[in-house]
Design a protein around this ligand. Structure first.
Ligand code: AMP
Ligand code: ZN
Length: 112
């Protein structure tokens, strides 16, 4: 499968790794929009949030546990944002499920 994030997990494309365990991989976004802009992805290929099912959803709760742990380590508990763009109309450009973790600046809301 020609998936850029699967290739990152496999080490075939370089990335700046922040965290890894058996289920998830966290790395720096190549085009950051905040001082902290990480991508949290399941190692298993799931194409978008619309493809989460009872069979593959264990990793989703794990992702949020990892985010909470990272937030403590990064000392950003005062304010961070988790973003998932699902589908082309919502701005999804890479079709391997990922959550953006944004922090380190004032984050406006609503976000355009
Ligand atoms: P989205 O638009 O929500 O699908 O987000 C895709 C994100 O992946 C964008 O913020 C890109 O900057 C980021 N991205 C694309 N290719 C890479 C890469 N090779 N390494 C790190 N981040 C990437
Ligand atoms: Zn993939």
């Amino acid at each position: 499968m020609d998936c850029i994030f699967c290739k990152i997990v496999a080490g075939e494309i370089p990335s700046k790794k922040i965290y890894e365990d058996e289920l998830v991989y966290v790395f720096e976004d190549i085009a950051p929009t905040a001082p902290i802009h990480y991508l949290i992805i399941p190692k298993e290929h799931i194409s978008s949030a619309a493809e989460i099912t009872p069979e593959n959803s264990t990793v989703i709760s794990h992702i949020f546990e990892v985010i909470a742990k990272l937030a403590k380590e990064l000392n950003i508990q005062d304010g961070f944002r988790i973003v998932n763009n699902c589908g082309e109309s919502a701005g999804q450009t890479v079709f391997h499920l990922h959550f953006h973790l944004l922090a380190g600046r004032k984050l406006e809301w609503p976000a355009g």
